[in-house]
Design a protein around this ligand. Structure first.
Ligand SMILES: NC(=O)c1ccc[n+]([C@@H]2O[C@H](COP(=O)([O-])OP(=O)(O)OC[C@H]3O[C@@H](n4cnc5c(N)ncnc54)[C@H](OP(=O)(O)O)[C@@H]3O)[C@@H](O)[C@H]2O)c1
Length: 238
């Protein structure tokens, strides 16, 4: 039986790589995003179904859920650091707006999508949320939002387990070949991030795609409520 897989934020970067990985296995893949041209181009390239949807908009998420009565794998990939595309003024009003933007983009996007689709997920299914190595330090609203996403996923696992579902987090370190940094990653910072790894390289989208594919596989059914770090050793756990 082919699975039905939803990848939010599937037009580019890590979401596109995950969509391609499941398509290579013959699964039915639905991808979402806000930029409709980009979404349709990726969907045509991969043989996926495009559904334009802003994961932070309750009405759009409700429409998406109405279109997906059954689902096996939910990958909440939509997100990014909204601080990279806004000017900071340093006022308290602006600080509040900046924090709300990152919480909306990275936490509420996954919460809304999961809440809308939880009943559609069939037993044996998987929920995969995407955090960041930035959650380990949380010096920014982006890191704090990703840390909250990981904390919430642990509770979600307890809620979803009795339905035969797993819920896990993938937490990437630096992954290149995506639009994440919006051209703002300096050579100096890139070198510093790579120097912090044990394998001396940046990650690639396929590193994340293979991890997601494994988490949704029959061999991973006893892995739930966990955060899997994919960062070349830049942050270690024990
Ligand atoms: N690359 C890294 O180094 C890295 C490291 C740690 C974590 N991450 C996380 O990995 C995820 C994917 O990032 P990426 O590196 O693949 O960057 P990316 O290429 O910018 O991908 C993000 C995708 O999410 C979509 N998106 C953003 N907000 C959305 C929303 N509200 N509703 C629907 N779609 C939305 C974007 O498309 P539209 O703009 O068209 O909506 C875009 O296709 C993000 O959650 C990011 O925080 C990335």
């Amino acid at each position: 039986m082919t699975r039905i897989v939803l990848v939010t934020g599937g037009s580019t970067g890590l979401g596109k790589a995950i969509a391609a990985r499941f398509r290579a296995d013959g699964d039915t893949v639905v991808i979402t995003g806000r930029r409709e041209d980009r979404l349709r181009a990726t969907a045509a390239e991969l043989g996926a179904r495009p559904v334009p949807c802003d994961a932070g908009d309750p009405a759009q998420v409700a429409r998406l859920a109405a279109d997906l009565p059954e689902l096996d794998v939910l990958v909440n990939m939509a997100g990014g650091n909204t601080d990279l595309t806004r000017e900071a003024t340093g006022t308290l009003e602006d600080t509040r707006a900046a924090w709300h933007a990152n919480l909306d983009a990275n936490l509420l996007s996954a919460v809304l999508t999961t809440t809308a689709l939880l009943d559609a997920l069939r037993p044996g299914g998987s929920i995969i949320n995407v955090s960041s190595i930035g959650a380990e330090y949380a010096v920014s609203s982006y890191g704090a939002a990703k840390a909250a996403l990981a904390a919430w996923t642990a509770g979600l696992s307890a809620q979803a387990g009795p339905k035969g579902l797993t819920a896990n987090v993938i937490s990437p370190g630096l992954i290149e070949e995506t639009e994440f940094f919006q051209g703002k990653l300096t050579d100096e910072r890139r070198a510093r991030l790579i120097a912090a790894t044990h394998d001396g390289r940046a990650g690639k989208p396929d590193d994340i795609a293979e991890t997601a594919y494994f988490l949704a596989s029959p061999g991973a059914r006893h892995i739930t409520g966990q955060t899997l770090h994919v960062n070349g050793g830049a942050h270690t756990t024990r």
